[in-house]
Design a protein around this ligand. Sequence first.
Ligand code: 26Q
Length: 836
Amino acid sequence: MMPYKRFILSKPNSSITELPALGMEKKDFIADFKQYYIHLLGRDEDCRSPFYAGEALSQAVRDRLMERWKATHKTYKKAQGKRVFYLSMEFLMGRTLSNAMLNLGVTDVISQAMYELGVAVEELAESELDAGLGNGGLGRLAACFIDSCATLQLPVIGYGLRYEYGMFTQTIVNGEQVEKPDHWLRHGNIWEIERLEYTLPIKFGGHTELQVDEQGKQRMCWINTHDVLAVPYDTPIPGYQNNTVNTLRLWKAVATEEFNLDEFNAGDYVESVAAKITAEHITMVLYPNDANENGKELRLRQQYFLASASLQDVIAHWVKMHGNNFSEFASKSCFQLNDTHPSIAVAELMRLLMDIHGLSWVEAWAITQQTMAYTNHTLLPEALERWPVKLMQRLLPRLMEIIFEINARFLSEVAAHCPGDNARLRRMSIIEEGDIQQVRMAYLAIVGSFSVNGVARLHSSLLQQGLFRDFYELWPHKFNNKTNGVTPRRWLAGCNPELAALITETIGNHWITDLSELKKLAPYAEDAGFRERWRTIKRQAKLRLIDFKKQQHPNLHLNVEALFDVQVKRIHEYKRQTLNVLHVIHLYDRIKRGDANNWVSRCVLIGGKAAPGYCMAKKTIKLINNVAEVINSDPEVGDRLALFFLTDYRVSAMEKICPGADLSEQISTAGKEASGTGNMKLMMNGALTIGTLDGANIEIREEVGDENFFLFGLTESEIEARRSHYDPLSIIDQDDDLQRVMNLLESGHFNQFEPGIFDSLIASIKSPQDPWMTIADFRSFADTQKRVEDAYQDKDHWTKMSILNCANSGKFSTDRTINEYNNEIWKLQPRPVQYP
Ligand code: 26Q
């Protein structure tokens, strides 16, 4: 277990780590930049690649992070206080350099330093690849959360996986999505440090055996396992100008050195190298699904690998400080589970406490139930994770035994609570009975946690009344809401520096760490001069967005005066990109039939990735591209209407998109989008929302006021009431506009040389069984879009609404969200860091 002894010094030695603080002035960055560029990287004036200049600059910035990182570490160690561990299979970090400069407070100094060297710092920042270790909302939320935790000076460690390949890059060929692997580490990753000395072994397979230890106590042993090593890589997470630098620790799977010898002492060298590859597959690639991909063994291996490595790491640290005394462990630790993906941690903590550290079931269970907290991110029942018992027994036999025991004890508690209610027992069992027995991971998470939260008010209340109703009846005190947010550092200060400068000039700079301050902008909505400046900034951002689009479509002409209408998010039926397309076709039809008086030019931008196995989502992308092709090449349309698919939507793309958006499309079927967070980024940057009463849209509308929000569509309860007698055909029949749209679609107008390719998509929205009820909301959507256009024609009024959207977005800072997590769940003390 100690193959890495060589990384541990025989004596503690602090004199090798004492250094004066690094300078933060222009001259210091110039000197360090040159030093790294020439000596470390070996480049000279002939090298024209922005990449190496970016590396040299990043190295200089990293040095400043490193010293604050050590100071933070010491502060937390000295305090010996409670800590939180945020366990997530995804951290969608995007780029690091410009965010690190912003949070260190050196953006301007470095811009000047680079300017003096004849280098544009933006160009360097742009050369950095996105760290795309996530699918979408859930992964980006984790990234925003750790930014806020560092800014709020909270001792929170992020634990995740270091995927060799992140979210695939999307290309479009003949209108269809083609996935390319994202080997984001190919040029190395300057922001991480490998920490071989904290390597841990992770068990798989084998079987269990009851053994008697030296003290004569019985212990369950998990033996004959195939072990894989977990090697941690740490990334610094700086708070906003406060000297705090927290840690994101990502695990990489590496084959054990003994692996080969133990397994293959017959001497089959080739087989043993092959086995090594299998072990290292675990962290090779991120699963590109943002709904459950059921039953995939590799995914379960990933989940257990994360949970086991992280828990062992936390416990090893605990034992180093406190020995085998766990009496205060629960009051000093909390594990926040980002969805059920790491929820095997509930059983793993039980295993480690009992089998390794000798605690009794009752002691271990008390600790588990006091330290685990679970966040749910979905209402779609089909997206709830289930794992076949058979698979778990083979891969994680000891954990399956523990889960059975947890379930048996839990069901007897339910039986005591509701005697004779066998239906309830069957409904609530962690083990789903049926053709194949499965483990319901959400139930395991609820039973094992002291807190269960949803991510927007509606979502949390629907969890309590629907999906988790039985559990809510049993344990109402466990359930709570934490409405999501986004970090205003990346999503306003960083991505929209011009708007940020205007805001700071107007109300001071406290908004960056207290976003409710933005309210002070509201009175300026009445100030014509301010509105003019606001409009100019939005216009500049739109021009930049056009430039960004031009990289994908070089011969493109976009009208900056047009209404920039944006829908960027994963492609999903419930998010209803199709409804957006139906409306675009309706606008096209109006132009074609000459119903275009007082026309408002509109540029519709749709972007997002489809899970590679999700056929309907891929069809939707094809439909968007085909409709775009017809509309954009029709001279009769001119610049009155344009439709574009934004290829390869990702964090760094959103940073360019949101400053230039006028209208934010948040049009999911009510009751299906847990929260949404793109809605918040767009609002913060002054876009107006057209949206249903779903997820956080409800709270956005509440904050900004009905008069500054374009509401449409059925409510969640109306949707559910309508379902039994939903009749899309008769709706189409009674709506001339919709009929014309459907006729265009069905006549093959957008697929003249590809007959039938949209049949399945058309059939699904026309079906009375369509779960997303797209047709039901068309009329209301089109009418509301008309109101949007009328509003856009009054430039002054639109600008007022835009200002008020930004001014009222304060609630949607993750600083607010994290403060709520901390006050109601974690109960951590902020630990300010002194530096130097
Ligand atoms: C599970 C099992 C196997 C493979 C993949 C998965 C998987 C991976 C990612 C399942 C779900 C996800 C991601 C879900 C997600 O992003 N949900 C979104 O979370 C946001 C943050 O709370 C919300 O704002 C969105 O409403 C919600 O859809």
